[in-house]
Design a protein around this ligand. Structure first.
Ligand SMILES: [Zn+2]
Length: 451
């Protein structure tokens, strides 16, 4: 990993004395001196439909301290950044990400845990350098990497981890071979369970146990698969997996910890049963009927949707189970976004990139593709202010209390300085080269203006 420390004698000394050095370019410390002052920026605040008039933004410590159209005096020790009229916006948030499942193949993801963590760390750095300062991880053993990022050992986004996806025998996330059957409850764990990728649960009691294990490890929310999935070998997309009692057990265990369950569900039955059990967020939902869309809106349930690229569908070999599933699901993407708009469903945005570093590099482009249905401002608000609202559902399990996804006084300083106006040209978001500065938690990780 490249070391990007701004070279001063002190920094050089610091590099020598620490075993691992991160790419923090500049830190602002609390109390005024060492603050960072952005001058002459136009602000996208994470919810509005236009940029502010030229403004100044003072970051102190990890917070946005002041925003003003008037000049803000730079105290001694303040780093002043001339924004040159560029756009200052909140760091991007991906609400459906799998931190540990980008680089490996499916088989490798159940392989060498040490190797997988190191490649995932490298991908986490790339994620941050694409402008994504927060991800909601909806399945995978991300607890260790999250901790290393939070401790400053590795550069990466804030991670809201779910831990292992919880699934049933044959469900989405059960990647065993038929030769591994049968399973005995309380017996040997499969390899994917040993690495913490997904956990099998076939009764309300087993669901409770598996949910509580994720919470014990620091899960900020629980992810379970209430219906079949595209990438699973033995779980057709029309299948409903958990019983109502099993779903209720998960919801109760999560709510006892003050947090919520997010359910992977395509079909009407999987969605409706999840809602009946108290699930707060439906992932995907692409096979929902219009009546179910109305129910989601009425019950104030979140829809966590992804504008999955057509290339992904075409990537599955013709005739494979996966291609069959994708062919069933893809036409629903368009329809679901139309329902979401028509019924004003609370809609989060995510990518759900799996097993493809190349596709992960399209993370910003996948966001920009939302302009099929939304204005650029609406798309960016979804990936900032709205996604941050979804993250608040974690309640006391929120690992990063504070305001995310907005440029407001008192909010956490996760900021991007964009060369241009992304509300005019959303494609600027597709290419990270347009982010001339990336800040997370008050620390600068990229600064091409200083070069
Ligand atoms: Zn997913």
């Amino acid at each position: 990993m490249a070391i990007r420390l701004r070279v001063t004698a002190f920094a050089a000394l610091l590099t020598i004395t620490t075993a691992f050095s991160t790419g923090v370019l500049a830190q602002s410390d609390p109390g005024g001196s060492g603050s960072i002052l952005f001058q002459n920026v136009r602000i996208f605040d994470g919810s509005g439909s236009e940029l502010s008039a030229p403004s100044n933004v003072l970051v102190s410590g990890n917070l946005i301290e002041r925003i003003s159209a008037e000049a803000i005096a730079a105290e001694a020790g303040t780093t002043v950044i001339d924004g040159g009229g560029r756009t200052l916006m909140p760091g991007l948030i991906d609400a459906h990400w799998h931190t540990m499942l980008i680089r490996p193949t499916p088989a490798e993801s159940m392989g060498d845990v040490g190797y997988n963590n190191i490649t995932a760390a490298d991908e986490a750095t790339d994620t941050l350098m694409r402008g994504f300062t927060t991800v909601r991880d909806v399945g995978g053993p991300a607890f260790g990497l999250k901790r290393a990022i939070d401790e400053g050992i590795v550069d990466g986004p804030r991670i809201y981890p779910s831990g292992a996806m919880i699934t049933i025998t044959s469900g989405h996330g059960d990647f065993r071979q038929l030769s591994e059957l049968p399973r005995t409850i309380g017996g040997h764990m499969s390899r994917m369970e040993q690495v913490g990728g997904s956990m099998l649960a076939d009764s309300p009691d087993e669901v409770r146990l598996r949910v509580r294990e994720q919470l014990m490890q620091g899960a900020s929310q629980i992810k379970l698969t209430a219906g079949g999935g595209v990438s699973s070998p033995f779980s057709p997309v029309d299948v409903t997996t958990f019983t109502l009692e099993e779903l209720r057990a998960a919801v109760e265990a999560a709510e006892n910890w003050g947090t919520y369950v997010s359910a992977h569900a395509f079909s009407d039955m999987a969605i409706r049963r999840s809602i009946e059990a108290g699930v707060k967020v439906i992932e995907h939902g692409f096979l929902m009927s219009e009546e179910t869309a109305q129910l989601i809106a009425e019950k104030d349930i979140w829809l966590s949707a992804q504008p999955l690229p057509e290339d992904l569908r075409l990537g599955f070999p013709v005739g494979s189970v996966q291609r069959e599933g994708a062919d069933a699901v893809w036409p629903g993407i368009e329809r679901t976004y139309e329902f979401a708009k028509k019924y004003n469903i609370k809609t989060a945005w995510g990518t759900d990139v799996l097993f493809s570093q190349a596709l992960a590099q399209q993370q910003g482009a996948i966001l920009a593709s939302l302009v099929r249905w939304y204005t650029p401002a609406e798309a960016l608000a979804m990936a900032t202010g709205t996604n941050a609202e979804l993250l608040q559902l974690s309640g006391p399990r929120n690992p990063y209390p504070g305001k995310l996804g907005v440029v407001q006084e008192g909010a956490l300083a996760d900021l991007l300085l964009v060369d241009g106006d992304p509300l005019e040209n959303i494609d600027l978001i597709a290419d990270p080269v347009n982010f001339v500065m990336i800040m997370k938690d008050g620390d600068i990780y990229k600064d091409t203006l200083a070069e």
